[in-house]
Design a protein around this ligand. Structure first.
Ligand code: ADP
Length: 514
């Protein structure tokens, strides 16, 4: 028999009560933190979220308050229980996913951060990176970590704190400081200081973790002058990360799944097999391709990373990021004022029969993968007197698909594999014009996930597998709800013409500033 909590006088809940309880997923993102309750059918039955403030103390610097992240996370955990009427005795386990690379350093005794969290977008350590590149460390870093030497990753951010916060270096050398990415900070505090750990996927973004040996690496630590004593233990993504303390949740559920946001989303897409690939279309685009037990080294500007660390098996992944995807639609709305809402863009783009040879390259902050050209600038090519709002909206929508095409073809070249289909999520993946065009360009089906919250779902899967809430990956894959499927139907000569026009525009965007 099924009954609803509203029958019991409780609030805001949909769907039947699960006999086997629920998984709570915590999604500690860059702009907001969320808590989500999922049942055994992967249904999100309740959620709560809170925005997080970001500070820009100097141009290129990005910071957040670690205490705000923690307090907001705890607040949404309470709110989602209150809203749903599902309390901690019904929570079988907790999964945690988080913004990656962001760096927090705190005092071992007081638990107080010694500086704000330095955000993943922060470029303040560019001079440190330049020095390391000049000293010839680039190849060693790439070989050991799969990453490009870049301020994006946590390592140089830790070094900056030790070099710039008064007394930090001495305290670190005396073993008095702890470093963590956002997952570690939350786990440490939610467990009342009982567990100081991270998972392999988050560790693989620090630039201190050797993805070949699965250990913190002494040579990398020496390169950045970081004492090993300030690093957490690294665990598999699915397993025991300690019980939440009774001060936070009365029945102290186990944190049993942890992964960085893109890897959690990858798991939420059930990209379990070699070749499986997902693309998240949000502000930017984030693509991951499963390369199995092989670390594929990219010749095309992609990074190699740990994709999945579950069930005693590591799957590596190739990762490519595009800086501006959905943000182009925001630009049309906020800067040009030619649309009033992102959801209009698909209909406007479809209102014209073709792109009229007009291309928009949104290199607003340079170009990411596969070009990695910080000097590139945005450009629109092919305008005529007949070009109008629909021409621009169509070119903007198409730009998301062209950029993804370039990264996916690079992945295929690096991994010597052909994609058979592409699994997609993110708000802009709901734009059916873009998804159809993506399928046409790639010549393979593009398949939406039913859940838009694939990241939280992935964290829930990792936790649920650890406690037997779900049996195994096969059960997850079998129940995984897919959304609409877009079959390729483009004319090959038209596609070739479009790609040539796009690549011509990309080349021009790279020479706007000489
Ligand atoms: P993030 O997690 O990066 O904040 P979301 O997945 O919420 O991003 O996506 C937000 C972005 O998607 C915005 O930049 C917005 O312009 C874009 N977007 C939202 N809906 C659509 C749509 N229907 N078509 C195209 N772009 C869209």
């Amino acid at each position: 028999m099924s009954f609803s909590l509203s029958d019991l006088g409780l609030v805001d809940r949909v769907g039947p009560i699960s006999p086997s309880g629920y998984i709570m997923a915590l999604d500690s993102g860059t702009t907001s933190v969320r808590a989500i309750i999922v049942d055994e059918y992967d249904c999100i039955v309740a959620q709560a979220s809170k925005p997080i403030k970001t500070f820009y103390p100097q141009p290129g610097w990005v910071e957040q308050d670690p205490m705000e992240i923690l307090a907001s996370q705890i607040a949404v955990m309470a709110e989602v229980q209150f809203k749903s009427g599902i309390h901690s005795d019904r929570i079988a386990a907790i999964g945690l996913t988080n913004q990656r690379e962001t760096c927090i350093v705190w005092d071992r005794d007081s638990g107080q951060p010694i500086y704000n969290a330095i955000g993943w977008q922060c470029r303040r350590t560019a001079p440190i990176v330049d020095e390391l590149i000049a000293a010839g460390y680039d190849d060693m870093v790439r070989e050991k970590t799969g990453l490009k030497l870049d301020p994006y990753f946590s390592g140089t951010k830790i070094k900056w704190i030790l070099d710039n916060v008064s007394g930090a270096r001495e305290a670190a050398e005396a073993g008095e400081l702890m470093f963590g990415t956002v997952d570690t900070w939350l786990i440490y505090n939610l467990t009342g200081g009982m567990v100081y750990a991270t998972d392999c996927t988050n560790a693989s973004r620090t630039m201190l973790y050797n993805i070949n040996t699965l250990e913190w690496d002494d040579e990398l630590l020496r390169m950045l002058d970081i004492p090993r004593s300030m690093l957490p233990e690294v665990r598999w993504s699915s397993g025991d990360f300690g019980h939440v303390s009774s001060e936070v949740m009365t029945h102290m559920p186990l944190i049993a799944g942890v992964a960085g946001d893109q890897q959690a989303s990858f798991f939420g897409h059930c990209c379990f097999e070699r070749g499986d690939t997902k693309n998240t279309y949000g502000t930017g685009c984030f693509m991951l391709m499963n390369t199995g037990d092989e670390i594929v080294r990219s010749n095309n500007g992609l990074i190699s990373t740990i994709g999945i660390a579950e069930g005693g098996k590591i799957s590596y992944a190739l990762e490519g990021s595009i800086f501006h995807a959905g943000s182009v639609i925001q630009w049309l709305r906020d800067k040009l004022g030619i649309i009033s809402d992102a959801s209009e863009s698909a209909a406007i783009a479809s209102s014209v029969p073709d792109n009229d040879d007009c291309y928009l390259v949104p290199a607003f902050t340079g170009l990411g993968a596969p070009w990695w050209d910080p000097g590139a600038r945005g450009i629109i090519t092919g305008l005529t007197a007949a070009s109008d709002r629909a021409t621009l909206v169509r070119a903007a929508c198409e730009s998301m698909a062209y950029q993804s095409f370039d990264v996916l073809r690079s992945m295929e070249a690096d991994a010597h594999m052909r994609l058979s289909e592409l699994s997609v999520d993110g708000a802009a993946s709901r734009n059916e014009f873009i998804m159809q065009f993506q399928a046409d360009l790639l010549g393979i089906p593009v398949v939406q996930t039913e859940a838009v919250e694939t990241t939280a779902l992935g964290a829930a899967y990792l936790a649920g597998l650890a406690v037997g809430f779900w049996e195994d990956r096969e059960e997850l894959a079998a129940d995984h709800a897919r959304g609409k499927r877009f079959e390729p139907k483009g004319d090959e000569s038209v596609i070739a013409h479009c790609l040539s026009g796009w690549h011509d525009a990309v080349a021009r965007s790279r020479t706007v500033i000489q």
